[in-house]
Design a protein around this ligand. Structure first.
Ligand code: PEP
Ligand code: MN
Length: 392
């Protein structure tokens, strides 16, 4: 059932980062159509993940959350999904082997089709320097630098639903014979309200998001009085919030209380992404304030989003500052008696050269495929997880 009552709280709230949809009637029609489709995830699966995150909150398990910055519709095919799931599973196995603890595995997968952007418009780097709407993920538009491709198209939300279902079906096949703690669960940023609202459903225990097992709120949409926080408040799933350099200790405490008022261990995860330069200064006071005055949270380190830069015209991230941020994260959590629960990474099984090392004198980016942020390839992901484990 479509959860109309609980979502009434979204009305009148500011929704940041919504694309400029040219045809509001077409958008309404899509929202109604989504409301009539079955939920993607089940309440029981969501509860299973909540159980796992509860162990994490108590310091008895680790988390690996990872996947593409932006999934593509054309990649929603069994073979590619299997490769992504296998890649995540091998990182989780590494975590288990290295720590002796269970590792909860969450993909940025089966719904990671919408992107917040620092600017709603983008100007071509070379040639004509034409300006057009930014690429906002396959759920909104297409990455090609052409006016037609960049126009937001509401029916793409229905394709996002269909592709998520195809991916999730394949993920569920990978569950056969696996205990619930060793399954790959789905997650994406809860960004597009005309998609998330109709997929919030009334279950036996209350309203839950049927678009994913775990949803997070991004750095750009975490205003406490904004629509995204209201949406997350209205659902029972385990949820995350990204915290970047502008997050004050007071804001973090307030968000923890607003999103986890009952203090349920595992309900709320803070995914911190302060950047290697600022993390030592900014993270410790946030951890201390939340530990003293806030609700229980799981702490994950996202060493990617605070460390972006451009090299030779390519958006990239250097391995060394990412490693440094992971080390600072672990130290800050430990020194305040909190559990450094794991990593949130943008990664792919493909042998891409999107993130590079400082040691490469002139990185060549010979295999750059991401339409959004640069990802770690399989080898770089293993190194990052091993580095994290060596610090525990
Ligand atoms: C992301 O995870 O792709 C993202 C946009 O992150 P953030 O909200 O932390 O910038
Ligand atoms: Mn990203």
């Amino acid at each position: 059932m479509h959860a109309t009552t609980t979502l009434a709280s979204l009305t009148g709230r500011t929704a940041a980062q919504q694309p400029f949809w040219p045809d509001p009637d077409a958008l309404d029609a899509v929202e109604r159509e989504l409301a009539g489709l079955p939920a993607l995830t089940t309440e029981n699966e969501v509860a299973d993940l909540m159980g796992g995150m509860g162990l994490v909150a108590l310091g008895s398990a680790l988390v690996i959350q990872g996947g593409d910055c932006a999934e593509r519709f054309h990649e929603a095919v069994p073979e590619l999904v299997r490769q992504k799931v296998d890649n995540l599973q091998s990182l989780a196995a590494l975590m288990r082997a290295g720590s002796g603890l269970p590792a909860v595995t969450v993909g940025r997968i089966a719904g990671q089709y919408a992107k917040p952007r620092s600017s709603p418009f983008e100007t071509e780097d070379s040639g004509s320097r034409r300006r057009m709407p930014s690429y906002c993920g396959d759920a909104v538009n297409e990455p090609e630098f052409e006016p037609l491709a960049r126009a937001p198209e509401p029916r793409r939300l229905l394709t996002a639903y269909t592709c998520s279902r195809l991916v999730l079906d394949e993920i569920r096949r990978s569950w056969a014979g696996r205990p619930v703690l060793e399954r790959v669960y789905t997650s994406h940023e809860l960004l597009l309200l005309p998609y998330e609202r109709p997929l919030a459903r009334d279950g036996a225990l209350g309203t839950y998001s049927g678009s994913a097992h775990f949803g997070w709120i991004g750095e750009r949409t975490r205003r406490e009085d904004g629509a995204h926080v209201a949406l997350a408040q209205a659902v029972r799933n385990p949820i995350g919030v990204k915290l970047g350099p502008s997050a004050s200790p007071q804001e973090a405490v307030a968000l923890s209380l607003a999103l986890n008022p009952e203090g349920v261990p595992g309900r709320l995860t803070f995914i911190v992404r302060f950047g290697a330069k600022e993390v030592d200064r900014l993270l410790p006071p946030v951890v201390q304030a939340v530990a003293r005055h806030g609700a229980p949270v799981v702490w994950l380190c996202d060493p990617m989003h605070g460390n972006g830069l451009k090299v030779a015209g390519h958006k990239t991230r250097l391995i060394e500052p990412m490693r440094a941020e992971v080390a600072s994260f672990t130290r800050a959590l430990r020194s305040h008696g909190q559990w450094p629960a794991g990593l949130h990474l943008e990664l792919t099984p493909d042998p891409v050269t999107e993130c590079v090392s400082e040691r490469e004198e002139s990185p060549r980016f010979t295999d750059y495929r991401s339409t959004c942020d640069p990802r770690l390839n399989a080898e770089q992901s293993v190194e990052m997880v091993s580095h994290f484990l060596s610090l525990l």
